[in-house]
Design a protein around this ligand. Structure first.
Ligand code: 5GP
Ligand code: 5GP
Length: 239
């Protein structure tokens, strides 16, 4: 009698443990930290409009910090009860305008872009940060990656009609950051492939770069890519 009771208890224990394990499935595994090269964004067919605050500096700018699963799928729009609240980032606004400017048309002040990124992606990682923490985490990753500096160290500087191989570009970034990035290209009106977005993988606490568990699905690059100048670029407002 005692023996069978013990076995029943053991079975109950094992069942509750596995239910707890299954319901505590992780809400994401890692992040893609994605930065865009403004000159390439402007050279693409959709064109660009400079933000209301003026033409951004010639530097990579943040597109987003996106929670992802190891199998390549990702959660999105996870919490409609926690919409973007601009008062929570008001003291960060000028830093965001500098490092996370909006280039979409018509010209904006960035709030719409930041709202979209927080609501679509940030709300899926509420277990590790709140809205302000989401933007701070991305800003600090940008500083840590310092892509422009990594490329410059390898002699790769923004210039029109100068072409690099993908291995030169990937090597330069890998040397600077420690892990190989995924690079997405666009094609300009002359048919040249350009560095458009750089994807880096970040651990689930949004602090350290890691080797990518799975590669994203962005448009791959040819083997001759341009890193176009942004000082000579023009926006729709100027055309
Ligand atoms: P696109 O289709 O232009 O590459 O991506 C459109 C949007 O879908 C991105 O800006 C991003 O919000 C989302 N997205 C695309 N690919 C991924 C991905 O691999 N992981 C995550 N988390 N989001 C993605
Ligand atoms: P995602 O592709 O991340 O899902 O969506 C990006 C959204 O933000 C699009 O609706 C796009 O129009 C808007 N957006 C505003 N400014 C920018 C920008 O500078 N870059 C990109 N990629 N999207 C922007």
């Amino acid at each position: 009698m005692m023996k069978s009771n013990g076995r029943t208890l053991l079975v109950i224990f094992l069942v509750t443990q596995s239910v707890a394990f299954l319901t505590a499935a992780k809400d994401f595994d890692f992040f893609y930290f994605v930065q865009q090269w403004p000159a390439s964004y402007c050279d693409s067919r959709r064109g660009c409009c400079y933000p209301k605050t003026g033409k951004p500096a010639e530097d990579f700018s943040i597109h987003g910090l996106w929670p992802n699963y190891n199998d390549g799928t990702y959660p999105s729009n996870c919490d409609s009860s926690n919409p973007f609240d601009d008062s929570k980032v008001s003291t960060l606004e000028s830093v965001l305008q500098e490092h996370w400017p909006t280039l979409a048309c018509p010209s904006g002040d960035g709030l719409k872009f930041w709202r979209h990124e927080w609501e679509k992606h940030g709300t899926c990682a509420e277990s590790i940060f709140d809205e302000r923490g989401y933007f701070e985490a991305a800003l600090s990753l940008k500083k840590k990656a310092n892509l422009l500096h990594a490329l410059e160290n390898a002699g790769i500087r923004p210039a029109d009609r100068v072409f690099h191989t993908m291995s030169q570009i990937k090597e330069a970034i890998t040397k600077g950051v420690g892990y190989e990035p995924f690079i997405e290209c666009n094609v300009d009106s002359s048919g040249n492939h350009q560095i458009f977005q750089v994807y880096q993988c970040v651990d689930a606490s949004a602090t350290e770069f890691i080797k990518c568990p799975v590669l994203p699905h962005g448009r791959a690059c040819g083997n001759k890519v341009e890193f176009p100048s942004f000082s000579t670029a023009s926006s729709h407002d100027e055309l």
